[in-house]
Design a protein around this ligand. Sequence first.
Ligand code: PGA
Length: 228
Amino acid sequence: MSGSHYLIMKNLFIVANWKSNKTGAETNHWFQEISNLNVQVSNKQIIVCPSFAGLEIAHGLIKEKQLPIKLGAQDISAFDEGSHTGEVNGKQIVEFGSYVIIGHSERRQSLGESQELLDKKVGMANKYKLSIIYCVQDENMPIPAGVSVIAYEPISAIGTDNPDSPENANEVARKIKQNFSNVKYILYGGSVNGENVSSFTSQSDIDGVLVGGKSLNPQDFAAIISNA
Ligand code: PGA
C-alpha cells in the first residue's frame, strides 16, 4: 500500500452532554428513536453522558438494542467510596460508563469547582480507568497531567447559538496540543448543531464535538453524527 494515495479518515468523538435533563422514560424514548434512525457511525466514537440517575437505564438500553454507543458520566466524586453523602464515585460510574466529563464550565461557575478539586477528580477517574474528557474554556487554563482528551468550550458559546469560529477553535486546539504533550484529542463544544458541525470537525486540530442542547433530541443528534 502506498502512503500517498489513500485518505486517512480522522477518528471523531461525538459526545452528548445531556446535563440535568431527561427522566428514565425520556431516556428510554431517546434510545428507541436513535435506534430506529439507524445512523451510520463508521469512524466515529459516539459517547452519551446522561445524568447519574440515567446511567443504569441507558446502559441497559444500549445492551438490549446493541447500539454502538459508549456511556460517560458528567462528573465524578473527588472522593473514593465511603462516607461522602450525595457523591457518586468512580467505582459506581465504571459499572456503567467508560468516560467522564471533568471541569465543565457550568460546574466551575455555579459550584465553584477549584483546580485542586478537579485534580482530585482526575486522580479518581484514573484510579478507575475512566477516560477523561476534560473541559477548558481557553488555551491558558491548567490541564492535569495524564489527560489526553480535552473539550475546548468558550463560555460565550455554550447554549447561546453563538459558536466560536471554526478557525479560532482550531487555533486554540493547535496551541493546546503544542503546550501539553499529553493531549492527543481536542473536541470543540458550544452551540454545535447539524448545520455547523462539519465546519468544526473538518479543522485539522479538532477531533470531535461536545454537544449540549442539540443532543437532547435524537433527530438533532443523529444529524450531527451524520454530518460530522
Ligand atoms: P451547548 O452545550 O451545545 O448547548 O452549547 C455544550 C456544553 O456545554 O457541553
